[in-house]
Design a binder for this molecule. Sequence first.
Ligand code: HEM
Length: 504
Amino acid sequence: MPAGSKTDPPLAKAKPISASVITYLRRRKTLRERELLQLERGVRRCKKLCRHQGNLLQVKPKNLAKTLQKLSEEYGPVFTVHLGSDPVVVLHGHDVVKEALVDRADEFAARGHMPIGDRANNGLGIVFSNNEEWLQVRRFALSTLRNFGMGKRSIEERIQDEIEHLLEEINKTKRTPFDPTFMLSCAVSNVICCIVFGKRYDYKDKKFLSLMNNMNNIFQMMNSHWGQLYQMFSKVLDYLPGPHNNIFTEFDALKAFVSEEVKMHQASLDPSSPQDFIDCFLNKMQEEKEHPNSNFHMKNLITSAFDLFIAGTETTSTTVRYGLLLLLKYPKIQEKVQEEIDRVVGRSRRPCVADRTQMPYTDAVVHEIQRFISLIPLALPHTVTKHTRFREYVIPKGTTIFPILSSVLHDSKEFPNPNEFNPGHFLNENGTFRKSEFFMPFSAGKRICPGEGLARMEIFLLIATILQNFTLKPVIDLQELDITPTLSGTGNVPPDYQLCALPR
Ligand code: HEM
């Protein structure tokens, strides 16, 4: 039995795509009339392709996760929505997400259809690949990341050194308001750059700043209305002009940079002493050069390095940027973290990972930031590679599956008042740290984020060291400080803000 029949919410309520999308775009005046007419023509073609008109009106692009939550209240923890022409099976709540991703990890490990990622990566790399290609390159990336110190003391020292540079930059603001976006991106990116490219870049390096800008734009665009329309109607939009194409220009700029780095590495490689991820991959290519079907080839090197560069920068830096905004909004919480830092670490040395176990309040705050912001609310799409019975349904092979991470992170059974920012969600009554198996911002199972260890180390050290050295103050009235995401699609984008950093 196909999942469609039993799990579909009623499609009859949805208005035709053409009317709704075109009226919406016309009202927002984002396209010229000529482009709109082209789009109308394209949508007419798409309607022929689509089996259904889709649940576009029920699924509001402004907050996809919230809309899916409403649908789950009506249709239960497993249901189907049609985003554009594709049916998507939604898994909502801890129990079904865990059952699929962890208990049945092998069956639910494959990456589902994601038009932006599929077009950018062409099935290569780590994030959007599948089968043996994915398994081999992911394993290789994980072991190389470990060899270069992820989860070990050496990477901790690298992060601490990088934070020194960040503190210098913050000091230069001399108590005046600043937007922390690029500083944080540079600091976080430099850590993954050391692992992948073997070097760090100056915060004033124009090329580096422009790459940070490319990444920031990608995250914004992916979660914009255009990005989401592209996810639903790529078959049509691929043939049309419009802002959705800009995202691929940004990707191209990043790929060109990575290709350039790879060329330089090829020229200077000493196989007996690989310095970074690229060197190790080049060695592996050499090792497998006699295998005609090897997955270790130039295009896969560029795409994997590109995946690590993007995934290792934007996610962690956005988390810290959102975290600082929350600490501005809740000055009492900021104060309590500072008290704990002063008590456990003091001011004469830098915080280190070993301090974490002695700092349950700070640890709880860091967890609560990740829980509250739910940075990647829908995870990335998964799929099943054969017809799969799941609870009382059969999910047909190839169906896109969204395991809704935000439904786990905001589950009121585990976190009372889940929409409240409250570090108490991760504290026992006696003030010790409370672990929760609902803490899944990095997803779970076979596709779990391979950068989890690195990201958690970075977030803790960045927040603890910044607060050890500065008190953060908002530049507008606390009441007006908005903490709701400006865009919420596959990622939650925090609002732009400025802050003042007062040296302590
Ligand atoms: C706060 C920071 C981060 C968050 C919240 C995060 C979250 C995620 C999530 C939700 C996924 C999708 C998992 C799934 O498909 O079910 C993912 C995948 C991935 N992440 Fe992260 N991530 C973070 C940092 C990093 C870092 C620092 C790196 C690089 C070292 C990284 C590299 C990757 C890669 C390569 C994948 C694809 C894994 C695969 O498909 O097998 N991430 N991440």
